[in-house]
Write a protein that binds this ligand. Structure first.
Ligand code: NAD
Length: 295
């Protein structure tokens, strides 16, 4: 069995997967591969799947499978799996890092010092304690953010189209209700036709406060032009994001070089610990499918 590791995984993973066969990172061998491991970089579209003549299993190391044409793969008898829980802590910690960094003005503080300035008086900070946090989507990652925010003394509530109640946080019935009085909004939904552009001019005009918006979900869940306008007009205090409509964002992405936009290069899942967890989940998936005679 040939296993193709197509994207960046833990460097120790090939040694673990030799339990099941030959392991390669040579993408030109796609046609012979029976198992392909991808993260978000490899796009498993129709052409890719058509070229993978021997493929039985695609493992997406991570959560979002929007880079895989799952329906088409399954129509060809290919099993598609992801590692849904491995990344929760890594992404939640990054969302929280942005949430701490923005009001504490860490980036401006560092940049000004590196430029030889001393702007102690100008850099007024604000605290998370006592502030409201609206979580959009209450799944695995979002729940980890909720736990951390509660520990910081924030008042946390959430909107999730498919979750009515929760032991962790108060649920709001509509997106408009959820964002209305939020000081912070953290996005944790998958990209679907329903969530694409869900933060847009219409939703932003309902804000009664001037929130900081943190996005570690998917870039296209916010309308970038509307976000730019909201930042420039002072309806949104800051936008901290790890995700973009494309990886990397195009040069003409409206949010590049806008004041109060803080960016990380899609590193939510890239903690050392998470890459190890993803590797062991991938190993377990292959092991289980072989034992069940499915591959
Ligand atoms: P999850 O499936 O556990 O949670 C997603 C939640 O969104 C679910 O509870 C679901 O009911 C809710 N939801 C779906 N459609 C909705 C809608 N229209 N309105 C409101 N809620 C809706 O997933 P998760 O593990 O928490 O991950 C969330 C997202 O984070 C992923 O889909 C992925 O896009 C993104 N992600 C990003 C990184 C990164 O590196 N930045 C890493 C992993 C995941």
């Amino acid at each position: 069995m040939l296993i193709l590791i197509s994207d960046a995984f833990d460097t120790g993973l090939p040694d673990k997967l030799v339990d099941f066969g030959e392991v390669t990172d040579d993408k030109s061998r796609l046609a012979d591969a029976e198992i392909v491991l991808v993260r978000s970089k490899t796009k498993c579209d129709r052409d890719y799947i058509d070229n993978a003549k021997n493929l039985k299993l695609i493992i997406r190391g991570g959560v979002g499978i929007d880079n895989i044409d799952k329906e088409y793969a399954e129509s060809k008898g290919i099993i598609v799996r992801n590692t849904p829980k491995a990344s929760s802590i890594a992404v939640a910690e990054l969302a929280f890092a942005h949430m701490i960094s923005v009001p504490n003005r860490i980036v401006e503080g560092h940049t000004s010092m590196a430029e030889g300035k001393w702007i102690k008086k100008e850099l007024k900070r604000t605290e998370l304690y006592g502030k409201t946090l609206c979580l959009i989507g209450l799944g695995n990652i979002s729940k980890e953010v909720a736990r951390r925010a509660t520990a910081f003394g924030m008042e946390v509530f959430a909107y999730d189209k498919y979750v009515e109640s929760s032991d962790l946080v108060e649920m709001k019935k509509t997106l408009k209700d959820a964002v209305e009085y939020a000081d912070y909004i953290s996005m944790h939904v998958p990209l679907t036709p329903d969530t694409e552009g869900m933060i847009n001019e219409d939703i932003i005009k309902g804000f009664q406060k001037v929130p900081v918006i943190i996005n570690t979900g998917r870039g296209a869940c916010i309308n970038a032009d509307d976000m730019k306008t909201a930042l420039e007009s002072g309806k949104v205090r800051a936008y901290a994001t790890d995700v973009y409509p494309t990886d990397p964002p195009d040069d003409d992405c409206p949010l590049r070089n806008v004041k109060n936009v803080f960016m990380t290069p899609h590193i939510g899942a890239s903690s050392v610990e998470n890459l190890l967890r993803i590797g062991s989940e991938a190993h377990s998936i292959i092991d289980e499918l072989i034992k069940d005679g499915k591959i």
